[in-house]
Unconditional design. Sequence first.
Length: 499
Amino acid sequence: MKKIFAAMSAFLVLSISAEALAGVGITSTWNGNGANNNWNTAANWVVPFPPPLDSDIIFPAGANRLTNSNNIAAGSAFATLTFNGAGGGYVLNGNSFGINEELTAANTAGDNTINNDLFLGSSLAFTSTTAGTNLVLAGNLDLNGKTLTIAGAGNTEISGTITGAASNVTKTGGGTLTLSSDNSYDGTTTLNEGALILNSGDLSESAVTVGGGTLSGSGSTGALTGTGGTISPGTSAGLMSVNGNLSLGSGSALDIEINGKTAATDYDQLLVTGAVALNNPALNVIFGYTPEAGDSIIIIDNDGTDIVTGEFNGLAPGTSVGPAGVPMVIDYDGGDGNDVALTVMAITIDDVVVNVADSAGETRATFTVSLSAPSALAISVDYATADGTATAPGDYTATSGTLTFESLEQTKTIDVSLNVNPSAEGDKIFSVVLTNPVNTLVSKATGTGTIQYGAGASGCGCIVSGGVVKDYFSAYAIIFMLTILAFVLARKSAASKPS
């Protein structure tokens, strides 16, 4: 009978030991009561042996040695790891390990940090449950071809590098996920809830989809698709790079903060290396300064020659987007021709030089009035001539009126008739002055007209308008000389004939 009992006891011990080695159903709770901070010190655990493989590890509140070290063999994997209770404050160091089922930060306050390199044994969730708490993963993270879901109302920061071919990351819950490294996993990144901040983080190998929540920061993504939620480059003003196509749908929004004139420093910008498709997303512009005449803010810098297709919801080309009293309009072929730009409407008038040497009678000076961008606004400006050394009506005919620009029209002209005095010498000057602009600012209000007598700068009798010289009088001289030459040749020919 004693032999039977001894055999049964030995079998039970062996069974328990085998189960412990496998970790099946074993929960290892840290108390930190050992002589050091190592995981393989039995006295540091409530059950007095180190956590076996595939066991559940718990780091509770109230334990000793919150900073501790995994000196179990590198690459060991555990079923779950949980921080619970109040306070947080744990800092895990040492060898790498894997998680097969779930990592949970259930502490109700404080932060916990894992400096170890981690890997996934299956597709699973890292959950930070309580708003205001932070789970910091400072080591590298190998997704190992799996899908990682970042969940919960608390925040998670991954400052190590995320790797893994055909691996994915999904963000759910109201918390914030912050990425701060050059990551190389090449699957998808999906933001459904909460916030994803690219704190100089690189996701250029991953196609990113924003279905909800807010994507922000000064990092980079692969192809970026917005089906919902908000994309907000920078954390204040900043640059977000898209290494691929940008596609924003009607349920998505782009937030742009403008505090000055310099991209990435003063205002938000998306830098896109692929095609840009805008399928009626919302555009929200937050102004922190008052734009000035001629300012052009490029909110989507589209490299290459790809055109921008579509437009923002309710914002046809030339529609006003500026703060009250500032005529700033949107342009989908701004910048170098294929960028989305917000431009403050500004109006200018050029200078005109008219050379009237050896001329008599009436000619004209043509001034060109230009807008800085096409606009759908109803834009108008008054104009009137003003005397200088040239006076009306002797030297020119005074004129005034109102220029009205049609939708998307960018230039108008003003003709001033000149009353040329052949006996005059030197230059005479008058002006055309723009006043009372409507839906535009004026960046150059005065156009100077110069009437040149004598040979002038060009040595010809001509009209110079907008930099183009029209040499009418030299043409007349050539015609006259050719006529005389033809007459002389005809007379010579007639004289040489025998009578």
